[in-house]
Structure formats: structure tokens, C-alpha cells
Write a protein that binds this ligand. Structure first.
Ligand SMILES: Nc1nc2c(ncn2[C@@H]2O[C@H](COP(=O)(O)OP(=O)(O)O)[C@@H](O)[C@H]2O)c(=O)[nH]1
Ligand SMILES: [Mg+2]
Length: 352
């Protein structure tokens, strides 16, 4: 790549774990600046109640002392695990598996090994780099005996390293935190360690055009969706760099896909679809469709049906291009068309 390339600046950070263990709280704590952490607004947030994340929320965050990250906060609810598996691939991310350290050793071990299997399954073994995994125990402030909790986490770490060490690069430190205190105890070690792991990834090179695409992509869209077909992205890129050949663009888009900046869906027999904002897809589309009733309250959801018509879907999402949405649902294997097409009379089954 040489002169046309720059080092990776933003590293992908996945927060995985069961519901209500403290993933979103950890994200907030990590991205909190030292000063802000003592302001009254933050003190209020510290006592916030649990509000489940639908789908995956993707946000770019600066973590004090560790650099820039694209943080993927994954919903813990089982119904979302299918969609997670499509995004969790990639060999250039760091995975933090969050667990509640007040739970019993058996429960914690079971849950962590569930997520490790999940990460392992999503990884392409032909890739040289193993996924980096760190374990973070939350609610440390609420454990009855902190020495006991610490010992438990060390045991679990060594047992799971024996089981998964061949496939995952598991950090050999344990981090026991109270997410409501962003600069206490192991939160500081966690930032440092995260910074070191990210540094290894930041050394890699990406084509320079990636930065320009990243800068522009929020202004690119198809109607109201942050989505383009391949042909459209070729045209748009020519406008920002007329010398950018299509094969360099291929490399750039694959890089941005790997980084989680966008998602390239290779559609059989049709032009590829580039989702410029993966957050839109997971939180605005998949989240509301696949959330269970308890999580759905905040959304104007689809009435539960066995089969949906194209009109049901069009009305629900108020989308001008229902065809594209259905194409994406089919691509992610989240829907099946019963008549095999996109006719008005089509009946669609959602894989909920
Ligand atoms: N005491 C204590 N409460 C926590 C801690 N981490 C999270 N919580 C609380 O646990 C609940 C669930 O946290 P949340 O971040 O929403 O969990 P998520 O579903 O994994 O994203 C919230 O009420 C948090 O305030 C912690 O380390 N200590
Ligand atoms: Mg959450």
C-alpha cells in the first residue's frame, strides 16, 4: 500500500455478556474523562436503572489513556445473538466479556464460556491473528467477600484459558470493577491494558482513501437510509478522489468493513449493498423487529403475526424502499419469502 496508506486510528471494541451485567455502564465509565467523573450529572448517572440495549449500539468513543475506539455494545438478550454473530467476526477487534462477579462460579464460568464459544465460532481460523479477549467482572462493590470473588475469577480465567487458549488470545489479568467509579481500582489497569492491546492493532495500515470515506459517509445515503449500492459508492468515491481505482476501493471498503465502520453485504445475483452506518441497521431495524415484548415498549412495533405482507413491513418502518429492507433481511437470513420474490402479494416469515 505504501504512500497511499495510513495506520489504523480507531480500534473495534466489542462489549459482550449476559443481560444487565453492566456492559453499557462499563462503556460509559471507560469513556468518562477524569474531570467529568466527579461532576454531579455523572453522579446521577451512577444510580441509573438498567435500560436494555436493543440489537447492537455502535459508537465512536475516546477512552482516556487508551485512544479511540469504535465501541460495539451488544444486547445480552438471546434473541439478538443471531444478529451479533454476523458482526462479531473480524480479527482486528478486542472483545471484553463482561460478567457479574456477584454470581456463583458455575454461572459465571458457563456464561463466559458461552461468549468465548461465540467469538471462536465467528472467527475465521485461517486468519493469523487470534481474537483478543479480556474478562471484566462488574459489581465488585457488591460482592460479599472481595478476596473470594478475586480468587474465583482467577480460577475461571485459568480454566477457560486451558479450553479456549488455542483459538483466543486471552488476557491473563483479571479486572474486577465497580463501573460507577471510572477511576478506581482495576478500572485504571483496564484502561492501560486496553491501550496496549489497541496499540498492536493500530500499527496496521489502511488505504488513505478510508479516512476520506469515513469523513464523508454520514452525508451519503439512499433516500433516508444510510445505505448505498456498490455502483453508487464507486461514483461517490470518484467525486472525492478521481484517481481512486475500483480495486483500491475494494480494499478500502473491506478494511472499513473489518473495522466495523460500515458493513458490506454481498447480495447474490445483485449489486452489493453497503450499509454506511451499522448502528442504523442494528438499532433502528433489527432491534425493533427482533426485540421481545418486554424490550419492545419503546418502539412502535410490528403486531405479532406468523406471516407479514410487504405492506405490513412498509407501513411499520415507513420506509420508501421496502425492497432494500427485505433484501437485507434475506441476506442476514432473518426473513424468508414464502413465494420466493418481492411481489405485493408476498408473504414474509421473520426468523424471530
Ligand atoms: N453496584 C453496581 N451496579 C452496577 C455495576 N455495573 C452496572 N451496575 C448496575 O447494573 C444495572 C445494569 O447495568 P447495564 O450497564 O444497563 O447492563 P447491560 O445490560 O449489561 O448493559 C444498572 O442498574 C447499573 O447501574 C457495578 O459495577 N456496581
Ligand atoms: Mg446495555
Amino acid at each position: 500500500m505504501g504512500a497511499g496508506s495510513t495506520p489504523i486510528q480507531t480500534v473495534k471494541l466489542f462489549l459482550c455478556g449476559h443481560p444487565a451485567v453492566g456492559k453499557t455502564s462499563l462503556k460509559r465509565a471507560l469513556s468518562k474523562g477524569r474531570l467529568k467523573a466527579i461532576l454531579p450529572q455523572w453522579q446521577k448517572l451512577r444510580h441509573s436503572s438498567h435500560c436494555p440495549t436493543p440489537g447492537i449500539s455502535v459508537e465512536e468513543k475516546h477512552i482516556n489513556g487508551s485512544g479511540r475506539f469504535c465501541v460495539w455494545d451488544c444486547a445480552g438478550q438471546v434473541e439478538f445473538h443471531l444478529t451479533h454473530s454476523m458482526f462479531l467476526g473480524g480479527d482486528n477487534g478486542i472483545f471484553i466479556i463482561v460478567y457479574d462477579s456477584t454470581k456463583s462460579e458455575d454461572i459465571v464460568k458457563d456464561r463466559i464460556s458461552y461468549w468465548m464459544s461465540f467469538i471462536k465460532a465467528g472467527h475465521d481460523p485461517s486468519k493469523e491473528r487470534k481474537p483478543s479477549v479480556m474478562l471484566v467482572g462488574t459489581h465488585f462493590d457488591q460482592t460479599r467477600n472481595q478476596n473470594f470473588a478475586q480468587e474465583m475469577s482467577t480460577n475461571i480465567l485459568s480454566e477457560l484459558t486451558r479450553l479456549f487458549g488455542l483459538h483466543l488470545e486471552i488476557c491473563q489479568e483479571t479486572f474486577m470493577v465497580d463501573t460507577r467509579r471510572p477511576y478506581r481500582g482495576d478500572m485504571i489497569n483496564l484502561r492501560t491494558r486496553l491501550g496496549q492491546s489497541a496499540e498492536d492493532l493500530r500499527g496496521e495500515l489502511t488505504p488513505r482513501i478510508c479516512d476520506k470515506i469515513k469523513e464523508k459517509k454520514s452525508s451519503w445515503c439512499r433516500g433516508r437510509y444510510p445505505v448505498l449500492y456498490w455502483k453508487e459508492i464507486v461514483d461517490k468515491t470518484k467525486l472525492i478522489d478521481r484517481y481512486c481505482e475500483e480495486d483500491l476501493l475494494e480494499t478500502a471498503i473491506d478494511h472499513l468493513h473489518q473495522m466495523g465502520e460500515l458493513h458490506r453485504a454481498k447480495i447474490d445475483g445483485d449489486d452489493d449493498v453497503i450499509i454506511l452506518d451499522p448502528n442504523w441497521l442494528t438499532s433502528a431495524i433489527f432491534g425493533p423487529i427482533f426485540a421481545k415484548p418486554g424490550l419492545r415498549e419503546n418502539y412502535n412495533n410490528l403486531v405479532e403475526k406468523q406471516l407479514y405482507t410487504v405492506d405490513d413491513i412498509a407501513q411499520h418502518f415507513d420506509l420508501e424502499d421496502t425492497y432494500l429492507l427485505i433484501q437485507l433481511l434475506l441476506y442476514f437470513e432473518l426473513a424468508q419469502c414464502m413465494n420466493g420474490g418481492f411481489l405485493k402479494s408476498e408473504r414474509i416469515k421473520l426468523t424471530t
